[in-house]
Design a protein around this ligand. Sequence first.
Ligand SMILES: [Zn+2]
Length: 255
Amino acid sequence: MSLEIITVPCLSDNYAFIARDQETGVTALVDVPEAAPILAELDARGWGLDLILLTHHHDDHIQGVPEVIAKTNAKVVGAKADAHRLPKLDMALNEGDSINIGASEGVVLDVSGHTIGHIAFHFAKAKTIFTADSLMALGCGRLFEGSFAQMWESLSKMAVLDPDTLVCSGHEYTAANGRFAMSVEPENTDLQTRVKEIASANAKDVPTVPSLLSLELATNPFLRPHSPEIRVNLNMQDASDADVFAEIRRRKDNF
Ligand SMILES: [Zn+2]
């Protein structure tokens, strides 16, 4: 793997990620919920910081930016569409634009839904994607700004990536997501196994994020509107995947 990923728990349930290109030592941070734990991780390794990649405008993903910049001089990268509500950007990107961490080549995906202008950073050779509050461990972000159709389109872009891709998402919501997933697909044995693993990770205070895309495809109900079991349980056997997704999302909101 050409990117070394450090998961940094922040605030009560957020994650930031430090991603270091092993060939060049160039180091990036994805999202900045708060500065202190991130600066402590960098200090402990003797690493500088070159880039800050921002996924979306919510405070719990950007509020530590000024303090981290003051300590590191890192350049800030984010969505051009969201430049008006993000910290000052040194590089403003659109879908399809390149974003490299040293020799690790990445590309921007528009994954609107949770917010409009939410982006993901996909590093194909490093088999890593930073999804924040779009595709999440056993879940997907709540729709604060986008439509069901937009989120389904966003998830569909990520579902077709290499199944070995590491999904670095923004929160430790996995146990609650597991309880919901079991309510719509209780006979899924991969899901049953995962829910047990989540309980054991939670008991040891071990993050359940990041996760592999293959595991999300097998267990995450928001990627599984095609599942015959889910369709029977929702009484939507003949509906489109997009409509089944929307009903799953509605039910999660009221769970
Ligand atoms: Zn958010």
